[in-house]
Write a protein that binds this ligand. Structure first.
Ligand SMILES: [Zn+2]
Length: 439
């Protein structure tokens, strides 16, 4: 096994080379320290030279700055072109590969991967290096990244994609909007997904849900979705835990606690409040999505004038509230609030279902549209992308509204904590605007 040890100042100097104006060749002067089963190469200095200059006449590591993971073929090309004094080569990722490292040495005229990089300095980090792949590009599991090359390009770096897909996400509510989110996460390359929903698939779900077919009728939604999601991901890549229980059930709470991020696509405030409590207690970022198509004039977010309804159609307005709530930055109660807070507390405390509303669902709600659910799930996933990429750094509430003539507005209500009283759930000073309208 071979390792390379670099003092921190030398590593710092090395990573700055690509930002320098003049193109140079970079070499690390090295010395060898032999242990029982390890060859430890000690980097002793950085040599920078104009491109055409001959390599130093001492043991050196070549350095190449790469924007793609190097393959074995690349290493063999490097070997063929290496100067006589080169004993190894280091590949440092830049741009979308920033933060990634690979290395090879050439003992006995064979290309051998460098096992790790030791940083001799604060933190005493030992960084295991990824092996070179025989494929053109691969992630650490050896999967081709070509599948996600466009996603990685749009996210800005492979590191962001890696962080995203390594998150364990618990998705609570696997119906119309939840199924869209689940399929998108499976195709994105997520590795660990927990699905929580007690409901069984009914005929009226088939019009808007994704990834289910008539043969699934009567099955728990989570059990119907899981095999489709696993098939949508590369073989063996995605594990799905299906929990056909309500989020208030101890099994579901245990499953949610294990996740890194909670996504709520639930259709009632009792489940939403339970999610808010779990997120607050266990420091989980919570992405809450609520959509609604209502038989009433809109609130006119972003459109102060009341738009008249087209003749011959009942009144309609529709929209969605998306809330990304970060630990320590409010909770479900003080970031937007709950429309049915009192009944939700009552139901959670006494395990008594809230009495059905006086009006039938179709008198209040006009149904569900995949177009609206897709808009909401798309913006929610974008919030998740931007959270992982550190573009989005604060709790955020987005409200989508489609007016009577089909114009979409997006508003981001300001989340300023007003004065007292303190939030009863997260302790944040002041209760937020209790103005949540959708879902
Ligand atoms: Zn709160």
């Amino acid at each position: 096994m071979s390792i390379l040890t670099l003092p921190t100042p030398l590593l710092r100097r090395l990573v700055l080379v690509p930002s320098e104006a003049q193109p140079t060749r970079a070499w690390l002067r090295t010395a060898l320290s032999l242990h029982a089963d390890t060859s430890e190469w000690l980097a002793r200095g950085l040599v920078l030279m104009p491109p055409a200059t001959a390599a130093p006449r001492e043991p050196i590591f070549g350095v190449t700055f790469v924007t793609e993971p190097p393959t074995q073929a690349v290493a063999h090309t490097t070997e063929a072109a290496r100067p006589p004094t080169a004993v190894g080569h280091l590949y440092l990722g830049v741009e979308q590969m920033r933060g990634r490292l690979w290395g090879v040495t050439w003992p006995n005229e064979q290309v051998e991967p460098l096992a790790s990089l030791k940083v001799a300095g604060p933190g005493l980090h030992t960084i295991p290096l990824a092996p070179l792949s025989s494929k053109e590009t691969s992630d650490p599991d050896g999967l081709s990244l070509d599948r996600w090359s466009r996603t990685i390009g749009a996210l800005g770096s492979a590191a962001v994609w890696q962080r995203l897909v390594n998150l364990h996400i618990a998705l609570v509510g696997c119906g119309r909007t939840g199924s869209l989110i689940a399929v998108a996460l499976a195709r994105l390359g997520l590795r660990h997904l927990t699905l929580i929903d007690p409901d069984r698939l009914e005929l009226h779900n088939l019009g808007e849900m994704d990834a289910v077919v008539e043969g699934d009728l009567g099955r728990p939604k989570v059990d119907a979705l899981a095999p489709y999601l696993i098939a949508a991901a590369p073989a063996g890549h995605l594990t799905v835990q299906a929990v056909a229980r309500p989020i208030t059930d101890p099994d579901a709470v245990r499953a949610a606690k294990r996740a890194d991020v909670l996504i709520a696509c639930v259709d009632n405030d009792t489940a939403r409040l339970a999610m808010g409590i779990i997120a607050t207690l266990y420091h989980k970022p919570l992405l809450d999505i609520g959509t609604g198509v209502l038989r009433q004039p809109g609130s006119g977010v972003g459109t102060p004038s009341i738009v008249s309804q087209p003749s011959g159609l009942p009144p309609r307005t529709m929209g969605a509230d998306l809330r990304l709530i970060l630990p320590g930055q409010g909770c479900i109660l003080c970031v937007g609030g709950l429309g049915q807070y009192g009944p939700a507390v009552n139901e959670l405390m006494h395990r008594r279902p809230t009495p059905p509303p006086a009006q039938e669902w179709h008198q209040q709600r006009a149904g569900s549209l995949r177009s609206l659910n897709t808009l909401a799930s798309g913006l929610a996933l974008q919030m998740l992308n931007d959270l992982v990429a550190e573009r989005l750094t604060a709790s955020t509430w987005a409200r989508l509204e489609v007016d009577a003539i089909g114009h979409l507005t997006t508003a981001y209500p300001v989340l300023e904590p007003p004065t007292a009283p303190t939030c009863p759930l997260c302790g944040r000073a002041g209760l937020g605007d209790n103005g949540l309208g959708w879902g």
